[in-house]
Design a protein around this ligand. Sequence first.
Ligand code: BG6
Length: 481
Amino acid sequence: ENYPQNFPTGFLWGGATAANQVEGAWNLDGKGLTTAEVVKKATNRKKMSMDAVDQVTLHQAINDHTTMLYPKRRGVDFYHHYAEDIKLFAEMGFKVYRFSIAWARILPHGDDKQPNQAGLDFYDRVLTELEKYQIQPLITLSHYEMPLDLTLKYNGWSDRRTIAAFNHYTQIVFEHFGQRVKYWLTFNEINTGTWGFHATGAIDQGLSKQQQLQLRYQSLHHQLVASALATKQLHELYPTDKIGCMLARMQTYPASPKPEDVRAAQLADQKNLFFSDVQVRGEYPAFMNRYFAENKLIIKMGTDDQAILANNPVDFISFSYYMTTVTKADQDGTAVGNMATGGRNPYLKESAWGWQIDPIGLRITLNELWDRYQKPLFVVENGLGAQDKLVNDQIHDSYRISYLRQHIIQMKEAIKDGVKLLGYTMWGPIDLISFSTSEMSKRYGLIYVDQDDLGRGTLTRIRKDSFYWYQKVIATNGTDL
Ligand code: BG6
């Protein structure tokens, strides 16, 4: 056959986490408070609480010095368990581990002149551990958190000065860790900045819908510029290293063949792909001009911004894939589960959190992104959040195995279709704090962590059935599924 039959050799199998969901140690060794650590656990797991931070709740959180209400201050104590956890990743045969650096561990106030040595030391220890097992690091520079002082000082990314603060941080990180790291990502799921605080670090409660959108797109413009500047910094220091964008790709299907529905779905997809369009092609796509005008949004650009974007496109495209949605012309986005907006698809099953499970959608997504950009792709998140039952120290998570298996099968189909795919890091190889609800009981892991929603438990790590299954998948490079 003159087309690929399997995963390429050197395919990067592994898992992905984020600092604020695993590390804990929120106030140790000089680390500053972050935006993720002022967010409470959701009271309704079907709703997303992450962005409901206003001035009142913010100051309550700042004055609360406990971890009780704020699970992201606890994580799963990776800060002290990293050696044990990486050993387990190695046992599964991981080729790559995606994790993020907490900006506030390196620069506690966000714009300190000198880095916090203890913060650098921690990530050096993590890298040393990975090197022991020849696991390639893939580092996210900003995963849904930033030093809270930048929120207090500048209202986060809404202020242009945050660009300089971020690129001071990235320069330090590249200089310090660059020799040991080949793959980088700038902003996690950059498009979700249109949802608010968790990604923009800008308080926008109390504003009108239009004002919120204005502030969010302006913040995102600043991130796009900062991302391009980070790309420039990395390439100047290490010309062969690779840096990618990261999109929460949410493919949507038209609710019917009615042209109005098809067009509405197309627009919804364009608004999602806008971000990768800028980061890959280096310019704002024309379709956004109309969207901005119709919504009275004005993006203020610095004189050099367009040149910065144009001269520094990313090397590869990474994305998370959890679900698809359905779009109808005359119906403006009812929520699907606790995250995306869009309609339900009668052909799909959904998770307990209402996330619609669509493995074939992953094949469609991979083909679309490859057709659009012809740049290497990397699936850096995919997984099933579920409630696990521990019986006799075992977890029989056949539902998780089945979810991952079906998605890997479709990834293989996409490779046969001709898509160039660098790797796959499933989300949450070890149980961690949920992003959207800050629950512990929404588990993605192949490794169980003994901790409940209130932070009670021994933090013992236990291999689930899916652990052994994924070990076999990696050992056979995806042939034995
Ligand atoms: C992605 C995020 O949106 O989805 C992760 O990048 C997050 O941080 C993951 O954990 C799953 O979402 P949740 O809300 O189930 O944790």
